[in-house]
Design a protein. Structure first.
Ligand code: HEM
Length: 533
């Protein structure tokens, strides 16, 4: 109302100078709107509408346009967003700013000590807030990824019950090894047929099957079945959709302009919900006792049995949110970590030779995996995985909303409502952070000499999580870091002992696709063959 009154007043003001025959209500309205537009263009010449100027950040801001700020360039570069982000970072330094209508001001901070401030020292001031709830509420509901405060603490505490050393010990020779065996059967079938495989798709199926089984008791059998994978495809579609929303502030309007788009999103959500509901309904009437005694409690058990202070339990809708949030967390991330790792092993044969050598020295011929061996005695194998996650972090960018004004340790001012973003993909390529060889794949950077170590490659030295935030850092650090690490190592060790891998002839250097995670733009077409030692 106030806006229309303002437009009318401006119309009256400008219209007073027009001849009487031009002074109809409509023409006054349009004249007023035009005057308002001209005024707004002068008021917001280089930034998004309603965003306050920041002359103090002048040298750290790529050129913005009147009213829309940097929105067009962000949408334009969506498919290539990580490299575009990197370019901006190289040109304007580790701290830069952009503005976007509706979302407001973004401030990028790609340095470890600033990240420590946001993710740990003053974390209560930096929340997921509307940045996540506005875009993702219909997809992720009130799950861990979109919650803050008490709701986040509840999810975190309940889920933490699952991730115990006992649980990991049961996985290494259980679900993870049987997943690797199933993968070998797929390789054998393709070798027999003389066909190549897409490792990206196979790893997505592998991690979906393992994660479904271990956390919600669902057996997707997506690896053993050829053909489309309804659940996985719906998931992949929504992951790209998340990202489109984060980069396009008008998604709720543009989605309605693309024929069938809203329906497609709805359909994908229905698929996810129906799988989640099946798992919940089955579990509610299931007896945990099996022929071998009580089944180990999984994540769904912990959430179903949780009682709030008033004695009530979670309803099915809340449980479906848990399912979707954990599926997002556990499936794509590890699958993409494995995909980029195998690409690097094929592109760097010396790394594969070293990995095989280490496995032979530490494990001999044994196919029995031990949790301690995987986490402590195979530093080279772990270094290959972590170096991959450094260069191609499965969550390559992230952001938080400032609840109150703040000053960062380098003196940068943050205003209430600003969105503070960081990209570990960019941090990994910063020579200030990682040295001259920052952009190269060098597993050795994670290793230190240790004469007491079993491995010929010494000992693994973990970096500060603020320098290497691939698993996030601070109190919201990834809950599945160990789970992902041992799943990746069991899979890799099991298959590289048995097979050789070669990229398809003329395979392009893979590029990341625009998504919330970091899938490859194209398939990872690979020829697999039996290894003759
Ligand atoms: C290589 C594999 C993985 C990587 C790189 C990774 C990375 C991350 C990152 C960057 C976050 C922070 C996301 C945010 O701020 O919204 C996160 C959170 C989380 N991850 Fe992972 N993740 C991986 C695998 C897993 C797996 C396998 C699980 C479950 C078994 C898992 C469970 C979670 C959960 C529950 C959170 C939310 C933590 C919280 O907000 O307190 N992740 N992960």
């Amino acid at each position: 109302m106030a806006f229309i009154t303002l437009v009318r007043m401006l119309g009256d003001l400008v219209g007073a100078h027009l001849p009487v025959y031009q002074q109809s209500a409509t023409s006054k309205f349009f004249t007023g709107a035009f005057a308002l537009l001209v005024f707004a263009i002068f008021k917001y010449p280089d930034r998004a509408i309603f965003v306050r100027p920041r002359p103090d950040l002048k040298g750290q801001a790529p050129r913005g346009y009147p009213l829309v700020g940097n929105m067009l360039e962000i949408i334009w570069n969506r498919e290539n967003q990580l490299d575009a982000y990197l370019e901006t970072h190289k040109r304007y330094g580790p701290v830069f700013t952009k503005t976007v209508p509706i979302m407001g001001r973004y401030i990028a901070i790609n340095t470890p000590h600033l990240l420590e401030h946001i993710l740990k020292n003053n974390m209560d001031n930096y929340v997921k807030g509307y940045l996540f709830s506005h875009h993702l509420r219909d997809i992720l509901g009130h799950g861990i990824f979109v919650s803050d405060g008490a709701q986040w603490r509840f999810h975190r505490k309940t889920a933490s019950n699952v991730f115990t050393t006992r649980f990991y010990r049961s996985l290494v020779n259980g679900a993870f090894k049987s997943g690797a065996e199933e993968l070998c059967r797929v390789f054998d079938r393709n070798i027999a047929r003389g066909t190549m495989v897409d490792l990206q798709s196979l790893f997505s199926r592998l991690t979906l099957d393992a994660f479904g089984k271990l956390t919600f008791g669902m057996d997707f059998q997506s690896l053993s079945k050829d053909g489309p994978n309804e659940f996985g495809d719906a998931f992949d579609f929504l992951a790209v959709e998340f990202d489109a929303r984060v980069t396009n502030p008008f998604w709720f309007l543009t989605d309605r302009l693309i024929p069938g788009k809203v329906r497609r999103v709805q359909k994908a959500l229905e698929i996810l919900d129906s799988y989640a509901q099946q798992a919940i309904t089955k579990r509610r009437c299931e007896d945990r006792t099996t022929a071998e005694g009580p089944r180990t409690r999984d994540m769904l058990d912990f959430f179903i049995n949780y009682r709030f202070e008033d004695g009530t339990a979670m309803d099915d809708e809340a449980l479906r949110d848990v399912f979707k949030n954990f599926m997002i967390a556990g499936r794509d991330t590890t699958a993409q970590g494995l995909t980029w790792m195998f690409y690097h092993l094929m592109a760097n044969p010396h790394a594969l030779t070293n990995l095989r050598k280490e496995v032979a020295v530490v494990m001999g011929d044994s196919d029995e995996f031990e949790y301690e061996t995987l986490t402590q005695r195979l530093p080279y194998a772990k270094a290959v995985f972590y170096e991959t996650l450094r260069l191609y972090p499965p969550v390559p960018k992230n952001g938080k909303v400032a609840l109150e004004d703040d000053i960062l340790p380098d003196g940068t001012r943050i205003d209430k409502g600003d969105i503070v973003v960081f990209s570990n993909y960019c941090m990994a390529r910063s020579t200030d952070i990682w040295g001259e060889d920052a952009e190269r794949f060098v597993p050795e950077r994670w290793l230190v000499e240790d004469s007491a170590a079993l491995s010929p490659f010494g000992r693994f030295r973990m970096e500060s999580t603020f320098k290497f935030p691939s698993f996030n850092a601070g109190p919201r650090i990834c809950l599945g870091q160990t789970f992902a690490t041992i799943e990746a190592l069991v899979t890799t060790i099991y298959v590289v002992r048995r097979y050789d891998f070669a990229l398809a002839p003329n395979h392009p250097v893979p590029k990341p696709k625009g998504s919330v995670t970091i899938p490859m733009m194209e398939e990872l077409k690979t020829r697999v063959s039996h290894r003759h030692t």
